[in-house]
Design a protein. Structure first.
Lengths: 209, 183
């Protein structure tokens, strides 16, 4: 029973909860250290997983490449390459393909039929031109002059030259005729284009040398 | 003593960076370049597959007959025996007699091939010149020449020589024929 009397002279503190005065202080240095540590930790984890991801990705790409390589049939590709070579080569050869037969039409048309005859003919194709050498005989120098005019008029015969003129015992004049012809004149493509015309010309104008 | 933990954290962070992150990053850069190269190759291979499919489709549209004709025009080898047979057949059709064929031996062909010019060496096709002598009348020879020009087996007349005979109606023609094959 509380009588309100103080039974002891020892002062008593009031019974109140003691508030601890422990204030935790985190320094700026610690914060920086923590940030750096966690950044380093996150970076290490990130680098580790990204490297694994890349390695797996490369392995998968390698597998895809092997599969893709297997999908190409080497024989089919070889066949296609060969066909391409054949087509391009054939096209190139056909472009430069020369038909010599029109040469005889040209000579047949330009040769004086009664006064000149040719005994030999030598044609060679090469170095971007067709060279022609013929040995012939004419009834006289007048016929030679006329023949020279006739060859000169045909522009398909380039650099026509009558040389080695020699009068024989019978009064005939032997000679050598040389000329060149532009291969494009004798190109097979041109000949094909002029085919019907050439055929009719051939029938009417071919003469034996 | 208070700063020892932050100091250790910083040391650990630096250690992780220089000891692990930086070396791995260098390795990652290498891997990234490898990956880019693989991706490029894969993209190229997909393009090639599309191209191959297109080409195969186009190839299948070529009639076999045309392909065979093309192969006859430019055979895989000189096929000289077939050439002589074809020329003889053409000649016979026009009443032309093939008297002889020169430079048809393997040695002369090899010699010509060896001596071909540098521009010819770059070609995808080889060529050889065969000399042959034929006997025919002038008109028959011209007809034969026209047949040769049109023949499926591609031949170019590169030289032609003849002399008009005094009495005989037939001539001896010497022809240089250039023929081709796919190397």
């Amino acid at each position: 029973m509380d009588t309100g009397l103080q039974s002891s002279f020892i002062p008593k503190r009031p019974i109140t909860p003691t508030v601890a005065n422990t204030k935790v202080t985190v320094s700026f240095f610690t914060i920086i250290a923590l940030v750096l540590f966690f950044v380093a930790l996150a970076g290490s984890i990130g680098v580790f997983f990204y490297e694994r991801y890349l390695t797996q990705n490369i392995a998968s790409a390698d597998a895809d490449l092997v599969r893709a390589q297997g999908a190409f049939d080497p024989n089919a590709i070889k066949t296609m390459i060969r066909l391409d070579s054949r087509l391009t080569s054939a096209k190139s050869l056909l472009t430069s393909h020369i038909a010599l037969s029109p040469l005889f039409d040209i000579l047949g048309k330009s040769t004086l039929k009664r006064s000149v005859r040719f005994k030999t003919l030598d044609v060679s194709v090469g170095d971007g031109k067709v060279s022609l050498v013929m040995k012939g005989q004419a009834t006289g120098f007048t016929a030679i002059a006329l023949q020279s005019d006739s060859f000169g008029k045909d522009k398909r015969l380039q650099s026509p030259l009558l040389s080695d003129l020699a009068l024989d015992q019978t009064g005939a004049v032997s000679f050598t005729f040389t000329a060149t012809i532009d291969p494009s004149t004798l190109a097979y493509k041109m000949v094909q284009m002029n085919e019907p015309k050439t055929q009719s010309d051939t029938a009417s104008s071919v003469t034996t040398p | 003593m208070r700063n020892i933990i932050p100091f250790m954290l910083i040391v650990m962070a630096l250690g992780a960076f220089f000891g692990y992150i930086n070396p791995r990053y260098e390795a990652i850069k290498e891997l990234e370049s490898q990956k880019a190269s693989r991706d490029q190759t894969l993209a190229k291979s997909r393009e090639l597959q599309t191209l191959r499919d297109d080409l195969l489709k186009r190839l299948n549209t070529f009639p076999t007959r045309d392909l065979n004709r093309l192969e006859k025009m430019l055979p895989d080898n000189i096929d000289n025996v077939r050439l002589i047979i074809d020329i003889s057949a053409l000649a016979a059709k026009r009443g032309v007699v093939v008297k002889n064929v020169k430079n048809i031996s393997a040695a002369t062909i090899a010699d010509q091939t060896k001596n071909e010019s540098s521009s010819d060496k770059n070609n995808k096709y080889g060529s050889v010149v065969l000399d042959m002598t034929v006997t025919a009348s002038y008109d028959n020879f011209i007809a034969f020449l026209k047949d040769l020009e049109k023949s499926l087996r591609l031949v170019d007349v590169v030289s032609l020589t003849f002399t008009a005979p005094e009495s005989s109606p037939t001539y001896d023609f010497t022809i240089g024929l250039k023929t081709y094959w796919l190397k």
